[in-house]
Each structure stands twice: as C-alpha cells, then as structure tokens.
Design a protein around this ligand. Structure first.
Ligand SMILES: O=C(O)CCC(=O)C(=O)O
Length: 277
C-alpha cells in the first residue's frame, strides 16, 4: 500500500512524467525556511549564491531536514521502493523581474547514470506560477529516449550548459503552479523548462535532484550519495555523505566541496566551456 501518493498520482507519474501539486509543509513553514535561507545568504555569501547553489543540504541543517522530510521521502518510496539515496540538490532562484530562464531539457542527459528512471521533487519556497516563472512539463515526453541537446551557454539560461532541445511539441505543455510549501515530482527524462520571473518577488525552488534506488549507478564520475532511507549503498568507489549537525558544520561543508567537484566533472564531461555551477 502506498504511503502518501494516491493510485491516480502514481499512474499520472508513469503516464505523464510528473505529479503536482503535493503539500509537504505549511505556507508558514515554507516562509520560515525562506527567511532562514535569506539569513544564511546574507551571513555566508561565499557558501550560498547564484553560482554556489548545488548541494546546499550539506552546508545547512534546515535544508538537510527538508531533504529528509517524511512526506517527501514517503512519496518517493511510493515511486521507487524503500532503499533511497539522494544524488544532489540544486537551489533554483529567479530574482524578481530578471531575465533568467530554463530551456527545454531532460535532466538525465548529463547526469552520467546508467538509468534515467528516477524522480525529482521540486519544493516551492515562494509562489511559483505563470508570473514568477514556474516549471512547465511536456506531458508524456519521459517515454522518449534522450533527445539531442545543444549546449548554448546562453547568458540568461541558468542550466549548467544552457542546454536546449529544439522542436519541442509545446501543445503538450503543462504549467506546474505551486504555492509555498507544495512540491511537484518529475521524471528524469521528462522534457521541461521555465520562463523568466516577471513578478516582484523571488521565485525559489529547492530541487532534490534526484532520489534513486540503490540499483542505479554512476558511470561517469564517482558514486557520492546522501543516504536517505532503507539499505545503504555499497559502491566500490563510493562515499556516503554525512548530515550537517548545524548550519556550516565544517565536516559536511568540506564534503560538499568534494561532492560539488565530482558533480562538476560529471555535468561538464566533454564540454568545451564550464560555468561555476
Ligand atoms: O527551477 C526551474 O525553473 C527549473 C528546475 C529544473 O529544471 C529541475 O529541477 O529539474
């Protein structure tokens, strides 16, 4: 029996490649996390900024707590079973009235894994809608193979390589509108993107990218994972990361640096250019 998701939601994930919205925490709790995020942005600008946005759950205990939130992990268990590890996380922030966007892409393209069958929860910490630049999914596109991506490194494209899939069937586009504290979950191969934030408040989404069962392995780079639930991974080249006991825990801040170097070597493999995220 499933723990959080309904039969219809599980079917939707398999048929369309995403589920949305799912309430994870209250609006008040989301606002309190947003406030704490903005405090640490002011206090530790080297550790968290638009470029240093990967694996923040290793530096900040309140984000680690969100990555282990019972509702999120139960929903993931409903999709992939009881043994769960987290590959990485990304804080996607679009500032008010900014030009930043995310082009059509499939997450699994550059993740260097031997599968593209894994879910990513994206938790809204502020309203995510048409005005602020919510994510848009192409329904059913996770059933396609990985499409050709052109690396553009376009200035306002906040994807690593500014990678773009051309000629997407936009007639199948669905906007994922989320209130603060709600999440969507999307499949590793679903085509998705997002438009600029035209609103007057920040659009903040914490992407837990992605939770995986133990039988998915890294084929490019090293197996570095955060253990979340069930049996622990036992990779030969593996490193299981610790959890921060408090914000800026030196042990996990050092591990984050290592994890981010590994992530960068995976995401930019074979690329002529490289950004700082
Ligand atoms: O935050 C966005 O607009 C895009 C995020 C995204 O592409 C993802 O989480 O896979």
């Amino acid at each position: 029996m499933s723990k959080v998701l309904t039969k219809e939601q599980i079917e939707q994930y398999h048929d369309q490649g995403f589920i949305s919205p799912i309430r994870v925490i209250s609006e008040r709790e989301a606002l309190s996390i947003k406030n704490e995020l903005e405090q640490v942005e002011a206090e530790f600008p080297e550790e968290i900024n638009a470029e240093n946005r990967n694996n923040l759950h290793l530096s900040f205990a309140f984000l680690d707590k969100l990555a282990h939130n019972k509702i999120i992990v139960d929903a993931i268990e409903d999709l992939i079973g009881p043994n769960i590890s987290l590959w990485a996380s990304v804080m996607f922030i679009k500032e008010p009235s900014s030009k930043h966007y995310v082009s059509w892409h499939q997450d699994a393209t550059y993740m260097g894994l031997d599968s593209m069958n894994f879910p990513t929860p994206w938790i809204a910490l502020s309203p995510s809608n048409k005005e602020t630049g919510c994510m848009t999914m192409i329904s059913g596109s996770h059933k396609l193979k990985i499409q050709e991506h052109e690396d553009t490194f376009a200035e306002n494209n906040i994807l690593t390589r500014g990678q773009v899939i051309q000629n997407v069937d936009e007639s199948r586009a669905v906007d994922l509108i989320l209130e603060p504290g709600e999440m969507s979950i999307h499949h590793g191969a679903v085509i998705h993107g997002s438009q600029p934030n035209k609103g007057n408040q920040r659009r903040i989404g914490f992407s837990l990218q992605s939770y995986m069962p133990n039988d998915i392995s890294q084929v490019v780079g090293r197996n570095i994972w955060t253990h979340v639930r069930g049996q622990k991974r036992e990779d030969k080249d593996g490193l299981l990361l610790d959890r921060p006991k408090f914000n800026m825990d030196p042990k996990t801040v050092a591990q984050r640096k290592l994890a981010n170097e590994n992530l960068s070597s995976i995401l930019y493999k074979g690329s002529k250019e490289k950004r700082n995220y």
